[in-house]
Write a protein of this length. Structure first.
Length: 160
């Protein structure tokens, strides 16, 4: 089934969504992101995936674009400062169905409309690099470790 075959509703998150957003983030990250990270980095990553962290990020102006299928959250794209994607997660049963592209398109349009942004960045996990490439991002360097040990590949998207 493709996205066109199912009703997917997209909207911005509210603080009331924080629990379900955090649950999806942790579930997807545990399967796809944490296995490629040093054990010392996982608690740091996990800290940003609690309901309180999500609510705090929203209060700080970060925007969470959500995709719902019926009453189930199936995807999240979070953006900081209308220019940096810091979370893009799609639940396993919806991967490969165009949902990441649809979330990206929505967030891109929102950032362009709000701030006129033409350049976007992301620090991609190893497993997500091919996804971001398909969305039009290109690596700006190889994989690097943050000062706290989180591994990521810096990437950029330039809208023309």
């Amino acid at each position: 089934m493709t996205i066109k075959d199912a009703r997917v509703r997209m909207r911005l998150a509210t603080p009331d969504d924080a629990v379900v957003v955090a649950r999806l983030l942790r579930r997807v990250a545990q399967r796809w992101v944490w296995p490629d990270q040093p054990a010392t980095a996982i608690p740091l990553i996990r800290r940003g995936m609690t309901a309180n962290a999500v609510r705090g990020a929203m209060a700080a102006g970060k925007r969470y674009h959500l995709a719902w299928a019926q009453d189930r959250l199936v995807g999240v794209l979070a953006m900081r400062d209308d220019c940096h994607v810091f979370q893009l997660f799609v639940t396993a049963s919806w991967q490969g169905r165009g949902l990441a592209r649809r979330l990206w398109s929505r967030a891109l349009s929102d950032a362009v409309r709000r701030a006129g942004t033409l350049r976007f960045t992301v620090n991609s996990s190893r497993v997500a690099v091919p996804v971001y490439r398909r969305l039009g991002f290109v690596e700006t360097s190889g994989e690097v470790a943050s000062p706290l040990g989180v591994l990521s590949t810096p990437m950029v998207y330039e809208r023309r």
